[in-house]
Design a protein around this ligand. Structure first.
Ligand code: TMP
Length: 215
């Protein structure tokens, strides 16, 4: 059986993590082995990098260049240590964020040169690409409201990205739209503003045929 590589993308508060968990369970119920991962992170080295990027108390001065390289250092490790071996063993890999996050956040959000961003991504993934990317779209207003609600619920947990301004998140959202337009075959846009069950049902209607094709 061939492996299948599915990634989830979207702005803060789009509901990705919930949908990753639901999809992973549904695929497992079909008898497939599923590897649910997240970026940055997913390996011991990657989780240390995640802490440096997101929660370390000393990360306030991180430059966009350092951020770009750290995201891709975590990714390079994840691709080689986990994703490629899992796909080679015929598993289904479901990843909460992958390289489109770098294009959207570092390219569009931090306004780094898109060609440079692409080259660094290519060093990290060296040809390992998702078969399907599910982009959960919520309006910038919904994303911003959910982000603020989460921060109010967890005021002591610091996240450097969540401290960015509204303009940054609007640029990230525009970046995702550009990615979806550029790669309509791989990237499927799902309306994430609906109830969880409705979103999960649409995602399943996209994924199920891919699993059937592999039988
Ligand atoms: P999350 O796991 O809560 O989505 O947090 C990951 C954060 O890191 C989120 O704000 C998006 C950001 N990020 C990037 O900026 N570039 C990347 O390549 C990845 C994978 C994540």
């Amino acid at each position: 059986m061939k492996g299948l590589f599915i990634t989830f993308e979207g702005t803060e508060g789009c509901g990705k993590s919930t949908q990753v968990a639901i999809l992973a369970e549904r695929i497992r119920a079909q008898g497939r082995v599923v590897r649910a991962l997240r970026e940055p992170g997913g390996t011991p080295i990657g989780e240390e990098i995640r802490h440096t990027l997101k929660h370390s108390k000393d990360n306030a001065e991180m430059t966009p260049e350092a951020e770009l390289l750290l995201m891709n250092a975590s990714r390079a490790q994840l691709v080689r240590e986990v994703i490629r071996p899992a796909l080679a063993a015929g598993e289904v890999v479901v990843c909460d964020r992958f390289y489109d996050s770098t294009t959207a956040y570092q390219g569009y959000g931090r306004q780094m040169d898109l060609g440079t961003v692409q080259r660094i991504i290519e060093v990290a993934v060296a040809g390992t690409r998702p078969d399907l990317t599910l982009l959960l779209r919520v309006s910038p207003e919904v994303s911003w409201e959910r982000l603020r609600a989460r921060q109010a619920a967890m005021p002591v947990v610091r996240d450097r990205f969540e401290e960015a301004d509204r303009g940054f998140f609007d640029r990230v959202a525009r970046g995702y739209e550009a990615i979806a337009v550029a790669e309509p075959g791989r990237v499927k846009v799902v309306d994430g503003a609906r109830p969880v069950d409705a979103v999960a049902a649409e995602i399943w209607s996209i994924v199920q045929p891919l699993l059937e094709d592999q039988r």
